[in-house]
Design a protein around this ligand. Structure first.
Ligand code: GLV
Ligand code: MN
Ligand code: MN
Length: 410
């Protein structure tokens, strides 16, 4: 009932949009590449018989009406934006599989009680503004005017980028849904880890999503001549930062579950013969247990301050976002389990280390996710890969899960 070839061919077509010389994908939010991807997916949504619109937060939405137009909607989706030089499955698979599920329903004349909406969320990754999940925050009603002040590398704010993409930033609150209006949100995604591969399973059911804490650390020291300043008289912001990064690695590793990453680093003034007086770097710290994550954060910052004292430099810490881990709902997990049983798939559950739009939707509706096996666990990398067959298994499990959620009168 699911057309694996169609899924694969659509994924291939999407992979040509924003293709980089380095072999990966770059589709940042509110750019022409992201728009092209949305335009293409809109044509697929129409082929699937969905009515298509863009909401005030830029989310692309395809809707299939239910028998009861007033019943709360079942939402299913993912995102089309990418990280810098990312792969072709993180996001697109979830959107394409959702469209495929709805197209299969149309082809088989399956009607459901509840309406169903396929959503391609705006900016899940946060690559452009170091913020992320903009579209899902919009739908959840938590996107604030202040959030729209986040800037990209060129100083363009989210509000300005929205305006240049033809959206009105003053109207984002109109994208918000009311809690009673959404029955559930389900997302199919690649695992981005190796658990399913090690278990030799094509698909799994997600139990919860680890919460990302994003900080910016700004270290201020003293610039000086690289040739004339003796080592013991320096206030080098970069050597202080380097020591902090080692602390991050050590403290995260200690818990066995926490992961910490420094993904952005800027050194000023940036001369080969000048001692750096200012360094800015980001920290992405995650754990499925919030207390454990925040404990690691505390130890890192404590040691960072000690390093600063020894080096004679100053530290400022800016909070970019603190997202709590989010459990997946019983409602979606049991709909997925029933789907797996029907399909004869082994029921296997696992947590998500990566963040996903469902985290923003948690107070709006019950959320849940399905994972598809990733080759070698690689993601946020052009080498990211899931087989055509596994994508097909994921799509059929998603299809059954959505039908289970949408068909019943409740
Ligand atoms: C998104 O992929 C994230 O987990 O940062
Ligand atoms: Mn993703
Ligand atoms: Mn991602």
């Amino acid at each position: 009932m699911i057309n694996e070839d169609r899924i694969w061919q659509r994924l291939q077509s999407l992979s040509t949009i924003g293709h980089t010389e380095a072999g990966g994908i770059i589709r940042l939010s509110f750019t022409k590449e992201e728009q092209q991807a949305k335009d293409l997916v809109a044509t697929y949504m129409k082929e699937a018989g969905l009515s298509v619109r863009i909401d005030e937060a830029g989310n692309l939405i395809g809707r299939k009406e239910g028998k009861n137009a007033n019943a709360p909607v079942v939402m299913v989706g993912s995102h089309l934006d990418s990280v810098y030089n990312g792969g072709n499955f993180d996001g697109p698979l979830g959107v394409i599989a959702a469209v495929e599920a709805l197209q299969a329903m149309k082809e088989q004349n399956i009607e459901t009680e509840h309406p169903i909406e396929v959503i391609a969320f705006t900016d899940e990754e946060g690559a452009r503004f170091s913020f992320g999940m903009i579209g899902s925050r919009g739908i959840a009603g938590t996107l604030t005017a202040e959030d729209l002040h986040y800037q990209d590398k060129d100083g363009i704010t989210i509000a300005e980028a929205m305006a240049s993409a033809g959206l009105n930033p003053d109207e984002v609150s109109k994208a918000a849904r009311k809690p009673g209006d959404v029955k559930a949100y389900v997302e199919l995604h690649i695992e981005q880890g190796r658990v399913l591969e090690q278990r030799n399973l094509p698909v799994g059911i997600v139990t919860g999503i680890a919460g990302p804490l994003w900080l910016k650390l700004i270290i201020e020291g003293e610039a000086g001549h690289a040739g004339t300043t003796p080592m013991n008289l320096r206030h080098d912001a970069l050597t202080a930062a380097a020591k902090m990064m080692l602390t991050i690695e050590t403290e995260a590793a200690k818990t066995g579950t926490t992961v910490g990453t420094v993904g952005q680093l800027q050194v000023f003034p940036g001369g080969i013969n000048v001692i750096p007086n200012r360094v800015e770097f980001t920290l992405d710290l995650r754990d499925i247990d919030e207390k454990v994550r925040d404990g690691v954060e505390e130890r890192i910052l404590q040691q960072a301050r000690e390093i600063c004292q020894i080096q004679g430099v100053n530290l400022n810490v800016e909070l970019l976002q603190r997202v709590p881990p989010v459990p997946c709902s019983e409602l979606v997990q049991s709909a997925a389990k029933a789907a797996f049983e029907e399909l004869g798939y082994e029921i296997f559950t696992l947590p998500s280390g990566a963040g996903h739009d469902g985290m923003q939707m948690k107070d709006l509706c019950p959320i849940g996710m399905l994972f598809v096996r990733s080759k070698n666990g690689i993601s946020h990398n052009p080498e990211e890969w899931s087989s055509k067959e596994d994508c097909g298994h994921g799509a059929i499990a998603l299809y059954k899960t959505i039908v289970n959620l949408a068909i019943q009168k409740n």
